[in-house]
Design a protein around this ligand. Structure first.
Ligand code: ADP
Ligand code: ZN
Ligand code: ZN
Length: 690
């Protein structure tokens, strides 16, 4: 009998590991899936490299334990390779989760359900279905622009280095970054390697999939994202793991694809917040991509027109390399930015709410409609109005379970809380005073759509947001309608601002972007700037359409520095100012953060837990260099009946912060038990939203 270490899906406690010891008649290779007994259950775990010398030393003096045998090794599945295991180990360590939790959470869920025979069948089926997948019509390979060609020469030379450093591809919107990804993938595939391409949004995968499929006829391409069925996800994952897929395209979870022949990692729109996982192991797929490239010694390309300030500063200091595409393909010019001072726009009555769109903007859109061009209006708020209120008393449509308003959805005739999902029919009269005239306050995309239709009679208006795209296939159909030109004015949330190559859009307007200027989160300006640059990037992509393209910004703060930089399309200037502010305030990337969150029925319990965690952390000498902020409520403090509090932990040294977190986080489960009433706690390393 041999001893075997098996990682299982269990949290880590002080003195308790997610790596358990079993015995087996056969030695089992690390990375092998195995069914093992756990208490009275039978679970799937992963055989891991266990340090038995250390385990024996720790157990010295205690009576030997009787080990339970492994039930079954899944021999049909080739073991997960060493670099994949190293990535999982790093993720667990860095984001303070147990090894087993990460290892099993990032595998396709189906793998945990099936036994050896069932998996053997899937693997065989995968092999049999290889040929039909490898289809796709060949597409034209455009001649590279001079800038693209120069970038490719540089990137190809760097890719040939034994340990290529990560590279930022800083390219304005429409500069042809995707073409560079395609060419690099071409080179990787020609060298017999696999390429991994990450995109931020599921809704961008079909578009990119088409482009790649068309360029690589006869090659195998699979996608990995959360909208796949469990069976599809398993098949695609297997295809990558068995080394049969040449191209893997996916959202953040695809960073954990097992790729035995990995030769290239691309992270498109690397600044996008959706690369950060928001529960479980709160990893950043962008940062893990960099680590994975380092492990596998393969090039990692981070593409963006508005890089994250972390990436930008790494490129500035030489930690990352950089190539730049400063011009749009085919002389398409970036849109002229027009700041529209909303304070000067007349209102219907002195105390009336501001109009949805200023008359100048309406006229400009009208002109585009008349010319057969498209306009895109974006507003980051869905629903008809964010709140209903009663003018006769003080009633507002608050959510009984959250510190948030319930949003008025006019079409559905409901009030819905976007935080806990509670919904109910719109009341006929004010629940407090019986007044029949309750009114919507503020504006969401649904109301904007209605108002645009009134302001522009005859124009074909389409709204795209999370509400209009719930049914499968609707988003594809709506985007197709925009591409076909049967839409004049597109109204939407940030969903429509990212990545799409709309050829006929010549006017983009940010309807109400001001709130982000004054948000408490220090990353709000960075996010707003990126969003506006990306939105503007949808305009004027086709130089063949005569007349300049425009980006309108309706604001009460036309003099704001952020808008000044936007006017000049000057990301570098914006980044320099922001970085200087971050440096003087000691914020990332000049310091490192972790956020400890707690949820309880009452705020006192949540706060007491956080303070106790802080006191516990302070018993370690590492805490001397670490700053603990006071526990505070997040922007929405109460959700679904639970009070949330969070405590920011900051340190100038990443290594010190990591050491401290590793020391005290394993003690938090015991602390949770001591603080009765705490329902959940979580640690978020490198948090994005604070
Ligand atoms: P980005 O990702 O930088 O915003 P895209 O890769 O979407 O830009 O390219 C913008 C448009 O230019 C696309 O329609 C693309 O097909 C086209 N394009 C890119 N490179 C070339 C090229 N070398 N020649 C002709 N068209 C190109
Ligand atoms: Zn009332
Ligand atoms: Zn709610």
């Amino acid at each position: 009998m041999t001893r075997i270490g098996v990682a299982i899906d269990a949290p880590q406690y002080a003195g308790m590991s997610s790596l358990l010891t079993y015995e087996s008649e056969q030695p089992l290779v690390p990375g092998t899936l195995a069914r093992v007994p756990l208490g009275r259950r039978e679970v799937t775990g992963l055989v891991w490299d266990a340090d038995f010398a250390a385990i024996d030393a720790a157990a010295a003096g205690t009576p030997p334990m009787t080990l339970r045998p492994v039930i079954e090794a899944i021999s049909a599945l080739p073991p997960l390779p060493a670099d994949w295991r190293a990535l999982v180990e790093f993720t667990a360590r860095y984001y303070q989760r147990s090894l087993g939790e990460v290892a099993l959470a990032v595998l396709p869920p189906e793998l945990r359900k099936l036994d050896d025979t069932a998996i053997a069948k899937r693997v065989k089926k995968k092999r049999d279905h290889l040929l039909p997948e490898a289809v796709g019509a060949s597409a034209q390979r455009p001649e590279l622009t001079a800038e693209q060609a120069a970038a490719m020469d540089t990137l190809a030379a760097w890719a040939a280095e034994p340990a290529p450093p990560p590279t930022l591809l800083f390219g304005v919107t429409g500069s042809g970054k995707t073409e560079v990804y395609l060419r690099l993938a071409e080179q990787a595939l020609a060298a017999g390697k696999q390429a991994l391409i990450l995109v931020p949004e599921i809704n961008l995968t079909p578009q990119l999939e088409q482009r790649f499929a068309a360029r690589f006829p006869g090659r195998r391409l699979v996608s990995l994202h959360s909208a796949l069925t469990p069976a599809q996800r398993l098949q695609h994952w297997l295809s990558a793991h068995l080394g049969e897929a040449d191209l893997v395209l996916g959202t953040r979870l695809a960073i954990f694809a097992s790729l035995p022949r990995l030769g290239l990692v691309v992270v498109d729109e690397e600044h996008d917040p959706s690369y950060k996982q928001q529960d479980g192991a709160r990893y950043s797929a962008r940062d893990l991509a960099v680590y994975r490239g380092h492990l596998a010694r393969v090039p990692v390309l981070l593409g963006s027109a508005t890089p994250s300030l972390e990436t930008w500063s790494h490129a500035q200091t030489g930690r990352y390399r950089q190539v730049t595409l400063s011009e749009r393909v085919g002389q398409g010019a970036l849109p002229t930015v027009r700041l529209l001072d909303m304070a000067t726009v007349p209102r219907a009555a002195p105390r009336a709410p501001p109009q949805a769109l200023a008359p100048q903007l309406v006229a400009a859109i009208q002109a585009r409609v008349a010319r057969g061009e498209q306009s895109l209006l974006f507003l980051n708020r869905r629903g008809f109005a964010p709140v209903l209120h009663c003018p006769a008393c003080t009633w507002k449509s608050g959510c009984p379970h959250c510190s948030a308003w319930r949003v008025f959805h006019k079409g559905e005739r409901i009030l819905r809380c976007h935080h806990c999902g509670t919904q109910e029919p719109v009341p006929r009269a004010c629940p407090d005073c019986g007044n029949l005239d309750i009114e919507p306050m503020g504006r969401g995309t649904e109301r904007l759509e209605e108002q645009v239709a009134e302001l522009l009679p005859g124009a074909r208006v389409l709204r795209i947001d999370a509400d209009t795209t719930r049914a499968k296939g609707t988003l594809e159909a709506q985007l197709a309608a925009v591409h076909e030109g049967v839409v004049d004015v597109l109204v939407g949330t940030q969903m429509v601002t990212k990545g799409h190559d709309f050829r006929r859009v010549t006017l983009v307007a940010a309807v109400n972007p001001d709130s982000a200027l004054f948000a408490a989160d220090f990353r709000a300006p960075e996010r707003l700037f990126a969003l506006l640059m990306q939105a503007g990037g949808r305009a004027g992509r086709d130089a063949g359409i005569a007349g300049g393209s425009e980006m309108w910004v309706q604001t009460y703060n036309p003099g704001h520095a952020l808008f000044e930089a936007l006017k000049k399309h000057d990301f570098a200037a914006f980044a320099t100012t922001q970085l200087a502010e971050r440096e003087s305030a000691g914020l990332p990337p000049y310091s490192h953060l972790a956020l400890l969150r707690a949820e309880a029925r009452t705020e006192d319990v949540a706060e007491a837990f956080l303070r106790a965690a802080r006191d516990l952390a302070r018993t370690y000498p590492e805490a001397a260099d670490v700053m603990f902020y006071a526990p505070v409520p997040p922007s929405v403090a109460k959700v679904a009946g639970f009070e949330r509090r969070q405590m920011l932990v900051e340190c100038a040294s990443r290594a010190t912060l990591q050491r401290l977190l590793a020391l005290f986080t394993p003690e938090l489960p015991a602390l949770k038990n001591a603080h009765r009433g705490i329902v959940r706690w979580a640690i978020d390393v490198d948090p994005l939203g604070i």
